[in-house]
Design a binder for this molecule. Sequence first.
Ligand code: UDP
Ligand code: MG
Length: 139
Amino acid sequence: MGGNRTFTMIKPDAMGNACAGKIIDHIINNGFTLKAMKLVHLSKEQASEFYAVHKERPFYSGLVDFMSSGPIIAAVLEGENAVESFRTLIGATNPEEADEGTIRKLYAEDIGRNAVHGSDSDENAGIEAGFFFSAFEQV
Ligand code: UDP
Ligand code: MG
């Protein structure tokens, strides 16, 4: 069983679609508690750094352009077995493959513009939360 915290972002597509409130509601209604939250507009440099693990992938430059194209909401979430249970809640990377009722199935446009981020391990959750929030900003 994993730890009790994960990190998420509501991506620019969902921000532009007026879906952010519905997504936050969905997350809270599924048992997660907000531990930190902020609205930010990443620079290209910041988005490149956040997604550096993908820098050799063909989608990297499109991903960096997209993630710096408008504001996002970054948040730290608490919940039981948070990383795995949040990945289940958001659904597959490609919304066409996401289960019914998942956030990506409900709100994502395509594999690139897929509404939300969810950390993939406890270690990355800590690193990603630290990218946006100091320890004092996480309640
Ligand atoms: N992505 C993309 N094309 C792909 C795979 C991924 O544009 O073929 C984007 C998508 O926004 C995804 C992000 O890159 O959320 C990170 O990819 P990852 O494989 O880590 O997916 P995730 O963990 O977000 O499900
Ligand atoms: Mg990932």
